[in-house]
Design a protein around this ligand. Structure first.
Ligand code: MN
Length: 237
C-alpha cells in the first residue's frame, strides 16, 4: 500500500501552475496511490462550500472526485486557510474529512496534524485561531452573503501577510514542547505536518526513544510530498 501526504498547496486562481501540478499529481497518483492525505491549506482560502465556483475551484473538486473514482481514497484535514471546508465540499469532491489531529495505522502509528496548533509561540495566531474555530464565529460568517465573505477573506489575507513580515521567523515555527506533548498524548513516535513551509525530517528523543517529525513543504516552486510504503516513510521535497 502506498500512501501520499501533502499540504500547503495554497491553490488559487492566481496560482495556475500549482493547480496544474496538483492535477498531474492526482491523475498519475490515482492509479498507484491507495490513499492520499491532504493535511490542510490545499486552498489559499475558502469562504464556504457555496463559494467554490466564485473562487474558481470547481475544477479541483472534479479532479479530486475523478481520482477517487479511479480507486484512491482521499482524506482531507482542514488547515488555517481552508478551515471553512465543509460537508458539501467533501460530498462533491468525494473526500473524507479528518479531524485535526488524527492518528492512522497503516502498519505503523502515524500522527497527522496541519501544524498551526503547534506554533504556540505565535500568540496572535493562536488567539485568532481560537476565535475562528468557534462554531459561533463560523456560523455568523457563513450566514453573510458570499460577496461580503469574499471581501472579509481578502482583508484577512492582507492583514496576515503584513503580520508575517513583522514576525520573527522563530515564533512562526512549531514549539518543540507542543510537538512532544501532542506526540506523547497520542502515543505516536512519528508526526507528519505542514503549515510552516519548512520541509525537513527532524529526529529527536521522546521519552527515551527515537521520534521523527516530518514537515511537508509547500507547492510554490514544485511539489512536496511524503510517501509511506512497506513500513517506510520518505519525504520528497
Ligand atoms: Mn497553514
Amino acid at each position: 500500500m502506498t500512501i501520499a501526504f501533502i499540504a500547503d498547496l495554497h491553490l488559487s486562481s492566481q496560482r495556475p501552475r500549482a493547480v496544474e501540478m496538483f492535477t498531474q499529481f492526482l491523475r498519475r497518483g490515482a492509479a498507484k496511490l491507495e490513499q492520499i492525505y491532504i493535511l490542510g491549506d490545499l486552498f489559499d482560502y475558502w469562504v464556504g462550500d457555496d463559494g467554490a465556483g466564485a473562487l474558481g475551484h470547481e475544477k479541483v473538486e472534479m479532479e479530486l472526485r475523478a481520482a477517487t473514482e479511479k480507486g484512491a481514497r482521499i482524506f482531507f484535514m482542514r488547515g488555517n486557510r481552508d478551515f471553512l471546508i465543509g460537508e458539501d465540499f467533501a460530498r462533491r469532491a468525494n473526500c473524507e474529512l479528518l479531524p485535526d489531529p488524527a492518528v492512522i495505522e497503516p502498519g505503523r502509528r502515524l500522527l497527522l496534524t496541519h501544524g498551526d496548533a503547534l506554533c504556540t509561540d505565535d500568540k496572535e495566531h493562536q488567539e485568532a485561531r481560537g476565535k475562528m474555530l468557534s462554531e459561533k464565529w463560523k456560523r455568523v460568517f457563513l450566514e453573510k452573503p458570499l460577496d461580503a465573505r469574499m471581501q472579509t477573506a481578502a482583508e484577512m489575507r492582507a492583514q496576515s501577510e503584513a503580520g508575517k513580515l513583522q514576525k520573527d521567523m522563530k515564533i512562526m515555527d512549531v514549539n518543540q514542547g507542543a510537538v512532544e506533548e501532542l506526540m506523547l498524548r497520542h502515543r505516536a513516535d512519528v508526526l507528519i505536518h505542514g503549515h510552516t513551509h519548512r520541509p525537513a525530517v527532524h529526529q529527536f528523543t521522546l521519552a527515551g526513544k527515537p521520534a521523527w517529525r516530518y514537515v511537508l513543504g509547500d507547492w510554490f516552486d514544485g511539489r512536496s510530498a511524503a510517501y509511506y510504503a512497506g513500513g517506510k516513510l520518505a519525504l520528497r521535497k
